[in-house]
Write a protein that binds this ligand. Structure first.
Ligand code: C2E
Ligand code: MG
Ligand code: MG
Ligand code: MG
Length: 284
């Protein structure tokens, strides 16, 4: 009966769940002061050419170096920041720090420019003057607009009329590249996306995950990815595969004609100095 008793108690009061709620609350209310205290940091993950494994770009991924809870990944706090609006100043900080870093890479390696790819939340497009922020940041950092890619999710651009569409158009006219992140997890269609100023697709990791099984065991994912890549190319979009974890996945993606890949097979997200070392290695 111990089990039943335990079960009953847990439905009445779940200490773990309660702790979770307290943590969420604590995190949510301290996002802004934490930003002022400089507790956020960026890691960068290489985006690599599938054909020759050269470095094309790097995605900036935010972390919270929390004084009590240790390093927290974005899945722990980005949602909270979107709910309470802290995503606007946080996103602005991410953009600024990423562009500054990309400018340093360019200064170090003027003949091997790599772009920085920055995640942008829906609310940054709706609730803030993203275009003015980007303009100012590019101006301040001196980063050429062509070395900035903004990653938006399908839901951020779907049905985008009015403000978001104007923002995308203005950014694109500036020379900033717009990419659709986690492509394939939403309901957008390529025909629609191709009419927006979108230049690149980042294929969601779930597609590539199906490649992990032995050859021919799960050909459906490979067929779908091949068709998506072909269509994307015909519509003038480049394609990056996310979550490339193994050599066989990388080879099959290359065979399919996918342009770039990102994932643990190439490198994990790393602090800027490590990527700088990677950069020198990659270009010598
Ligand atoms: P995302 O933009 O799709 O970023 C890729 C995520 O996949 C990263 O997780 C990365 O560490 C992880 N990843 C990379 N390669 C592999 C792999 O081979 N296998 C597996 N299993 N995972 C891989 P991370 O850093 O935890 O970020 C999670 C999400 O948080 C991001 O997904 C993005 O949506 C969001 N995010 C991160 N930084 C920011 C930011 O500055 N602003 C906003 N708005 N969202 C951000
Ligand atoms: Mg992303
Ligand atoms: Mg992604
Ligand atoms: Mg993803």
């Amino acid at each position: 009966w111990a089990k039943a008793d335990g079960k009953g108690r847990w439905t009445l009061f779940d200490p773990e769940r309660n702790a979770h709620r307290v943590t969420r609350q604590a995190l949510s209310s301290t996002l802004r002061p934490a930003l002022d205290r400089g507790e956020f940091a960026l890691e960068y993950q290489p985006i690599v050419g599938l054909d020759d494994e050269t470095l094309h770009g790097a995605e900036a991924l935010v972390r919270w170096r929390h004084p009590r809870f240790g390093t927290l990944g974005p899945d722990r706090f980005i949602g909270l920041a979107e709910e309470n609006g802290a995503i606007v100043p946080l996103g602005r900080w991410v953009l600024e720090a990423s562009c500054r870093q990309a400018r340093r890479w360019l200064d170090d390696r003027p003949h091997n420019p790599v772009y920085v790819s920055v995640n942008v939340a829906v609310r940054q497009v709706w609730d803030s003057d993203l275009v003015a922020d980007v303009e100012r940041i590019l101006d301040d950092t001196g980063l050429p607009p062509g070395l900035l890619q903004l990653e938006l999710t399908e839901s951020a651009v779907m049905g985008s009329a009015g403000r978001p569409l104007q923002a995308l158009q203005a950014l694109s006219e500036m020379g900033v590249r717009i990419a659709i992140d986690d492509f394939g997890t939403g309901y957008s269609n390529l025909a629609y996306l191709s009419r927006l100023p979108v230049r690149a697709l980042k294929l969601d990791g779930t597609f590539v995950r199906g490649f992990r099984t032995a050859r021919h065991e799960n050909p459906a994912d490979e067929t779908i990815v091949a068709a998506l890549v072909q269509l994307a190319h015909e519509l003038g979009l480049t394609v990056t595969a996310e979550c490339v974890e193994g050599r066989e996945q990388a080879e099959r993606l290359r065979g399919i004609g996918c342009d770039t890949g990102q994932g643990y097979y190439y490198a994990r997200p790393m602090p800027a100095p490590s990527l700088t070392a990677w950069l020198s290695r990659a270009s010598t």
